[in-house]
Write a protein that binds this ligand. Structure first.
Ligand SMILES: C[S@@+](CC[C@H](N)C(=O)[O-])C[C@H]1O[C@@H](n2cnc3c(N)ncnc32)[C@H](O)[C@@H]1O
Length: 289
């Protein structure tokens, strides 16, 4: 598949009124927490971080450079999250194609290309995000390898069985999981790898907690349970190879963010739901069989 083959095809945009709402949401999203972290090195993410905070790197609260250091540290943790996702894609040859479903501003796509040397195709509902991601790729001189387009990830403009690896990085809570995994299973080659990093509600807690409901309302999304992920994968030829609970690894990111000037008001809901066990941050890697 070449990057230009599919560019001429009609690109379907939002298919439902809800998807129109989500497209508008991300077209207008410009919170400092999303932009100032990306300004650190030009990799713009809309996802959270994992790993321990380097206390030496952030300095003490009286440090005049503290805020800048905290931003750099939060960004290091969100890029570490993307690297962990790529670890679970397995070996990807340079002539392969990867797909980032719900690609945001494209930071993960740039990182995937830098790591594997391969082509990376991204889809997002937001025209602003696609334009931003494509501009960044051109600035970096990798526009022939990394491309974002506006389309619905439930109906991607890619041929059947041609993709070596695909992922959702915090983007699966906007869609029906059966529809999503059916589409990933269609585009992936047999033996290909699918990875998701996502927040999910914990069936062992019982039902979605008030914190989970608050997060849904804040982001206009619909967080699924861990059980729904595993069931929808099993129904769509995606066999989990790894299920990793990243909740303890993401808490330091949230605790640090809650002390910064970049707070958005949703930090308490994440921290409380991770602590009371109602919400989990997970990575699931699955083989397309
Ligand atoms: C929280 S952001 C994550 C962005 C990116 N994966 C990252 O890690 O920075 C959610 C993304 O999902 C995208 N999205 C939501 N529903 C979608 C759909 N049906 N089709 C394509 N993209 C979708 C949004 O446009 C947005 O880019």
């Amino acid at each position: 598949m070449s990057l230009t083959d599919d560019i001429t095809a009609a690109i379907p945009g939002p298919a439902t009124p809800y998807q129109g709402d989500i497209a508008r949401y991300w077209d207008h999203e410009a919170r400092p927490v999303n932009l100032r972290l990306g300004d650190v090195d030009g990799l713009y993410h809309h996802h959270y971080g994992i790993g321990d905070v380097d206390q030496a790197a952030i300095g003490d609260p009286s440090d005049s450079e503290r805020e800048k250091k905290v931003i750099t540290e939060l960004h290091r943790l969100e890029s570490a999250q993307a690297e962990l996702l790529f670890d679970h894609l397995g070996p990807i040859p340079a002539d392969a194609t990867l797909v980032d479903a719900g690609c945001g501003r494209g930071g993960s796509m740039v990182m995937a290309h830098q790591r594997f040397g391969c082509r990376v195709q991204g889809v997002t509902l937001s025209a602003k995000q696609a334009e931003f991601g494509n501009d960044r790729a051109h600035e970096l001189g990798i526009g022939d390898f990394v491309r974002s387009q506006v389309c619905n990830m439930l109906d991607m403009p890619f041929e059947t069985g041609q993709v070596a690896g695909s992922w959702n990085n915090e983007s699966s809570m906007y869609v029906d999981l059966h529809d999503l995994f059916a589409e990933h299973a269609r585009i992936l080659a047999v033996g290909g790898r699918y990875v998701t990093v996502t927040g999910c509600w914990n069936p062992a807690y019982g039902q979605p907690s008030k914190w989970v409901s608050q997060i849904n309302a804040h982001f206009e999304c619909n967080i699924h349970s861990r059980r729904e992920y595993l069931r929808a994968m099993a129904d769509n030829r995606l066999v989990p190879q790894a299920v990793i609970d990243l909740t303890p690894a993401t808490l330091p990111y949230w605790e640090l963010r809650a002390t910064s000037s970049l707070v958005t008001g949703i930090e308490e809901a994440f921290i409380n739901s991770y602590r009371d066990g109602s919400f989990q941050y997970v990575l699931i890697a699955a083989d397309r069989v």
